[in-house]
Design a protein around this ligand. Structure first.
Ligand SMILES: *[C@@H]1O[C@H](CO)[C@@H](O)[C@H](O)[C@H]1NC(C)=O
Ligand SMILES: *[C@@H]1O[C@H](CO)[C@@H](O)[C@H](O)[C@H]1NC(C)=O
Ligand SMILES: *[C@@H]1O[C@H](CO)[C@@H](O)[C@H](O)[C@H]1NC(C)=O
Ligand SMILES: *[C@@H]1O[C@H](CO)[C@@H](O)[C@H](O)[C@H]1NC(C)=O
Ligand SMILES: *[C@@H]1O[C@H](CO)[C@@H](O)[C@H](O)[C@H]1NC(C)=O
Ligand SMILES: *[C@@H]1O[C@H](CO)[C@@H](O)[C@H](O)[C@H]1NC(C)=O
Length: 552
C-alpha cells in the first residue's frame, strides 16, 4: 500500500522536474485519453452549496425534486462514492480549486465577512492554469476565499466575477428568505435602528463584526483586477435580492458563454451557486413546485432549473460535444437547520447519534463533520461521445481530482515544487477504468486529517458531532480513538457498528496516514491570514451607510 502511495508521489514529482516554478506550463506528456482530439474542451463546473447526497434523486429515489439533474445523470456518468475535500465551505473550495488538502493550503476554517486574507496567492488554482493556456474564465456565484485584493476572484485567474463573496447568511438582505433563527431584514434607517437598540456608536464595530447588519453584496466585475484595485466600486447591488439572484446568474452565464463561442475561445465557467445554503429564497415561479411541499424543495427546484438552463444553452449552441459539464456540491447538509437542511440519504452516522458510552452521544453527522454525509456529495459528469450515458462508477473520487483531471484535458502541467492530493480521473470518466482512490484523508473541524478512507473501510482517529448540534437533538462529544474506530461501508453505510479488522488493515491505514503526513511536512505548505478587520474591511457599496446599502 505504502509502495503505491510513494510511487504515486514519485511519478508526480518526476512529471514536474525541470519545469519552471509556479507556472502552469503546456504539457509535453501524451494525453491519457486517446479520444481527445487536440482541441481543449470547455469546462462548466457547477457546485451547489450544502446540498445533500440524498437530495439528488438519481442517488436517492426518495427525493424527487431534481427532475433535470436526474435526466442529466441518465445521459452522464455518476459517482455515488465521490467526496468533497472538506466538510465546510471555504475549506472545501480551497481543496477543489487547488487539488491540495487543508494542511497544505492552510485553509482549515471559513473566512469571516470582514476577513483581511484569503486563499494565499501562491496556491495556484484551476482558473489561473486555464487562463495560462488561453481559456476565457468566469465565476458566477459564491467565492468565499477572500474578497480584498489580491484574494478577490478577479485577481485569481477569472476574467469576470459575478457573485456574492461569502455565504448568504453572513449579513442582512431585504428579502431574507427562510432560516433558523430567521435573519432580520436590513434596517432601513440604521441610525434609528441603533437608537432603538440604545446602542452607542462605539458599539457599531462590534455589531458589524457580528455579521448582523451589513447587506450581502453582489459584485459584478467584468474585467480582471478591480477598478483601481477598489473592489467595492464593483458592487452593483447591496443588499442582494435573493429572489432574483438565480436568474441574474443564468443571464450572465448566457452572455459569457455566447461571447466565448463567438470569439472561438475555450471557456471555463465556474458556478459555485448559493443554493442550497440558508436562507432559502427563490423566484415566485418556484413557489409550491416541490413534490413534498417545502421551502427546501422549492429552492432545489430552482437549482435544478438553473442547471437545465445551462445545459439547454450549451445544446442550443451545439457545443455539448466540446464541453465537460460537472455537477457537485461543496459539502453535506447543515443538519441543525432541520427542515431547511438537505437529505443525508443512507449516511446517517448512527454511531455518533447513539447514546454514550456505546456511541458518540448525539449531534449532527453531516456538514462540519467527517461522517460520510459531511463530505460525500453528488457527482455527475456529462460529455457526449466522451462519456458513456447512464454510467455509474463505484470508484472513490474527490474534489481533489478536479485539478489534475482538468490539467490533462486542457493540456497544462500542474505547478511544480509542491505535492497534490488528487488523481487524474480521466480514465474513470472516459474509459471505464475502476482505478479511483485507494485512500482518502478527511480533514476535521481543526483541519487535522483524523478520518481515513481505505477501500471499503472508514477509520476515525477522532469522532465528533457538528459544531452546532443536530436539529434540536443532543450535543455529542469529541472522542479520540486509539486504535481508530473502523466501519465497513460496504455493509454499513449508516456507520452504526464499528468492526474488528485484521492487523494488516490497521497497518495499511496507519502507514498510509503517516506517509501522507510526512509528505505534507516535507513539501511546501502555506500559511493563511485569518485576521479580521473592522469597518474599513467591509465589502461595502457605500461606506457612509451602516448597512452599506447601494443608493441608486
Ligand atoms: C499539448 O501541448 C503540447 C505542447 O504544446 C502539444 O505538442 C500537444 O499537441 C498538445 N496536446 C493536445 C492534445 O493539445
Ligand atoms: C429543461 O428545460 C427544457 C427547456 O426549457 C424543458 O423543455 C424541459 O422540460 C426541462 N427539463 C426538465 C427535466 O425539467
Ligand atoms: C426582489 O426582486 C423581485 C423581482 O424583481 C421584486 O419583486 C422584489 O420586490 C425585490 N425585493 C426586494 C427586497 O427588493
Ligand atoms: C459536435 O457537434 C457539432 C454540431 O452538432 C458537429 O458539427 C460536430 O461534428 C460534432 N463534433 C464531434 C467531435 O462530434
Ligand atoms: C507560499 O509562500 C509561502 C511564504 O513565502 C511559503 O511558505 C509556502 O511554502 C508557499 N507555498 C507554496 C505552495 O509554494
Ligand atoms: C516553492 O516555490 C515558492 C515560490 O517560488 C517558494 O516560495 C518556495 O520556497 C518553494 N519551495 C520549495 C520547497 O522549493
Amino acid at each position: 500500500m505504502i509502495l503505491l502511495v510513494t510511487s504515486l508521489l514519485l511519478s508526480f514529482t518526476s512529471l514536474w522536474l525541470g519545469l519552471p516554478l509556479l507556472t502552469c506550463v503546456t504539457s509535453h506528456a501524451a494525453p491519457l485519453s486517446q479520444r481527445l482530439t487536440g482541441s481543449r474542451p470547455n469546462i462548466v463546473l457547477i457546485m451547489a452549496d450544502d446540498m445533500g447526497w440524498g437530495d439528488l434523486g438519481a442517488n436517492w429515489p426518495n427525493t424527487r425534486d431534481t427532475p433535470f439533474l436526474d435526466y442529466l445523470a441518465s445521459i452522464s456518468i455518476r459517482l455515488p462514492d465521490y467526496h468533497s475535500g472538506a466538510s465546510v465551505c471555504s475549506v472545501s473550495r480551497a481543496a477543489l480549486l487547488t487539488g491540495r488538502l487543508t494542511p497544505r493550503t492552510g485553509v482549515w476554517a471559513n473566512f469571516a465577512s470582514t476577513a483581511l486574507g484569503g486563499l494565499p496567492v501562491n496556491e495556484t488554482i484551476i482558473s489561473e492554469c486555464l487562463k495560462s493556456v488561453g481559456y476565457a474564465t468566469a465565476i458566477h456565484g459564491k467565492w468565499h476565499l477572500g474578497y480584498t485584493p489580491p484574494f478577490h476572484p478577479s485577481y485569481r485567474g477569472f476574467d469576470e466575477y459575478i457573485g456574492v463573496p461569502y455565504s448568504i447568511d453572513m449579513g442582512c438582505t431585504d428579502n431574507p428568505g427562510a432560516n433558523y433563527p430567521p435573519v432580520n431584514v436590513c434596517p432601513k434607517d440604521p441610525s434609528l435602528y441603533f437608537e432603538q437598540k440604545h446602542e452607542h456608536p462605539d458599539d457599531l464595530r462590534k455589531v458589524i463584526e457580528a455579521d448582523l447588519t451589513v447587506g450581502i453584496p453582489l459584485y459584478q466585475c467584468l474585467t480582471p483586477r478591480c477598478l483601481n484595485d477598489n473592489c467595492n466600486k464593483e458592487i452593483i447591488e447591496q443588499p442582494v435580492n435573493l429572489s432574483t439572484l438565480t436568474q441574474s446568474y443564468i443571464d450572465n452565464d448566457r452572455r459569457f458563454i455566447q461571447r466565448s463561442v463567438e470569439s472561438k475561445q475555450p471557456f471555463f465557467l465556474y458556478l459555485p451557486l448559493s443554493h442550497m445554503h440558508v436562507p432559502h429564497d427563490y423566484a415566485r415561479q418556484f413557489k409550491d413546485t416541490s413534490v413534498l411541499p417545502s421551502v427546501y424543495g422549492d429552492t432545489l427546484r430552482e437549482l435544478d432549473y438553473h442547471v437545465n438552463q445551462t445545459y439547454q444553452l450549451l445544446k442550443d449552441l451545439g457545443i455539448l460535444n466540446q464541453t465537460l459539464l460537472i455537477f457537485t456540491s461543496d459539502n453535506g447538509p447543515w443538519s441543525s437547520k432541520c427542515d431547511l437542511a438537505g437529505n443525508q440519504g443512507p449516511f446517517t452516522g448512527v454511531w455518533q447519534a447513539s447514546p454514550l458510552p456505546f456511541g458518540g452521544g448525539g449531534g449532527g453527522t453531516a456538514k462540519f463533520t467527517t461522517w460520510e454525509a459531511g463530505h460525500r456529495v453528488p457527482f455527475i459528469a456529462h460529455w457526449p461521445n466522451m462519456i458513456k450515458p447512464n454510467t455509474v462508477s463505484n470508484v472513490i473520487g474527490s474534489h481533489l481530482d478536479i485539478m489534475p483531471t482538468i490539467a490533462n484535458l486542457a493540456n497544462f502541467t500542474l505547478p511544480s515544487n509542491r505535492s497534490f492530493d488528487g488523481i487524474d480521473l480521466s480514465a474513470v470518466l472516459f474509459d471505464g477504468s475502476d482505478q479511483g482512490h485507494e485512500y482518502l484523508f478527511h480533514p476535521d473541524m481543526l483541519g487535522i486529517l483524523s478520518a481515513v478512507r481505505y477501500n471499503q473501510y472508514k477509520a476515525y482517529y477522532v469522532t465528533y458531532p457538528a459544531i452546532d448540534g443536530a436539529c434540536g437533538g443532543k450535543e455529542g462529544l469529541i472522542i479520540p480513538h486509539k486504535p481508530p474506530l473502523i466501519f465497513d461501508l460496504s455493509r454499513d453505510l449508516a456507520e452504526s457498528t464499528p468492526i474488528e479488522v485484521s492487523q494488516s488493515v490497521h497497518d495499511a491505514i496507519d502507514q498510509a496516514l503517516q506517509a501522507k503526513l510526512k509528505d505534507i511536512a516535507l513539501t511546501p505548505r502555506t500559511k493563511v491570514d485569518y485576521r479580521i478587520g473592522g469597518l474599513d474591511a467591509r465589502a461595502c457599496c457605500d461606506a457612509g451607510h451602516i448597512v452599506c446599502r447601494c443608493i441608486d
